[in-house]
Design a protein around this ligand. Sequence first.
Ligand SMILES: Cc1cc2nc3c(=O)[nH]c(=O)nc-3n(C[C@H](O)[C@H](O)[C@H](O)COP(=O)(O)OP(=O)(O)OC[C@H]3O[C@@H](n4cnc5c(N)ncnc54)[C@H](O)[C@@H]3O)c2cc1C
Length: 450
Amino acid sequence: MSKIDPIHIIGGGMAGSEAAWQAANMGVPVILHEMRPTVKTFAHQTDGLAELVCSNSFRSDDDSQNAVGLLHWEMRAADGLIMAKGDKHALPAGGALAVDRDAFSQDVTETLLSHPLVTLERGEVAGLPPEEWDNVIVATGPLTSTALAEAVAARTGEGSLAFFDAIAPIVYADSVDMSKAWFQSRYDKGETEEERKAYLNCPMDRDQYEAFIDALLAADKTEFKDWEENTPYFDGCLPIEVMAARGRETLRFGPMKPVGLTNPHAPDVKAHAIVQLRRDNALGTLFNIVGFQTKMKYGAQKEVFRMIPGLEDAEFARLGGIHRNTFLNSPRLLDDRLRLQSDPRLRFAGQISGVEGYVESAAMGLLAGRMAAAARLGRDLPPPPPTTAMGALVTHITGGADAKTFQPMNVNFGLFPPVEGVRGGRRKRAERYKAYTDRAKADFGAWLAT
Ligand SMILES: Cc1cc2nc3c(=O)[nH]c(=O)nc-3n(C[C@H](O)[C@H](O)[C@H](O)COP(=O)(O)OP(=O)(O)OC[C@H]3O[C@@H](n4cnc5c(N)ncnc54)[C@H](O)[C@@H]3O)c2cc1C
């Protein structure tokens, strides 16, 4: 048998560990490069692979009603290492999957080290990989070392690699009350009808605005950590509550300015303020609240944002946040095999590829590992269809999302194409989610069998 050259995986976190496992199980040798303990990050505490840096939860394990539970299901079906060890070291957590973090990381490390095709090399890859590494997965995560991040930023061009995320909450379009909201772009700008109606608008009168500002100022906030303070990030992207604290009118002259828009439900009434939501995906199922990045705690966000007329019953695909995070503008840079279009020997996986969360990061590692190994074996492996959780995520980050406003995404049903014949609306939600997950399981099984 001819010798198979190794693939190189940089970063032994959630994505890199899963990628190594998948590629090695396909018979392809892997060299896994992990910089810890030689170079540390501010969040990792150990030298273990797949260390969970914060919570110990893989979130919901419900694979019929929850998109992250469905992702668990798909990863188990694909013989995922992260799920197998998560299950083995599970702790009681109701419907969620919580894990014993030390036992989990230790088991992932030992399992990979004992795999005959995996070699672990400790040390930082402090720049772009040498040319002789012809098949590389970069899975260096939200805290990618500075030297490598700078090299990737230089290769991908200005503005292509972010060092912070500024996430505005994302709402399911079908949970917006359209008897109060309406579609219109400011001053009806746009060449096409679609562009002229690209935004959803929610109007406020003076009392509603004042009550909203009071609630914003009073809401519970997450404290800024030392490493988040004094960063250039905050010049351009202030949290909404910080803007509100600068003056009660600041938002009316910023993201909530009531100009260039006419409310078709009350054409003669001039709104005091208007909240705009911008379409967040090609399917038109998700909308982000423009300029509403926030450090409010999750519970407070739901309460405060549901004060906005039209969003009283809003369901959130994701809540807002601001974090230290290194990630690519993947919709512009990556192809659907997770390769850098301008340098296809480099494949990206995990948080740096523009997903958010332990499970999503590991899922992108699973795909990248399989794709890289297939390429090494002379085959092409397409991604799973967008009707699956893994396929919906990869489709979103590599093209479905708007590159201009791209922020990391976690898996949610808003990323899935609608199931024909299944109606929208809140009351039908359980039925709709079941239809999504049934379809996904069948389609994922078919993809695995190819
Ligand atoms: C502070 C913080 C808290 C978070 N909390 C949560 C949470 O509670 N729940 C959740 O679901 N998600 C959380 N996340 C988001 C994210 O899902 C996790 O960080 C997840 O671990 C990402 O997986 P990954 O494989 O992409 O990166 P990581 O798991 O971070 O793995 C990347 C690995 O690459 C290594 N590395 C970096 N640069 C180099 C280099 N140049 N050479 C060699 N090795 C390198 C790092 O040491 C690390 O081991 C958090 C992120 C941060 C930053």
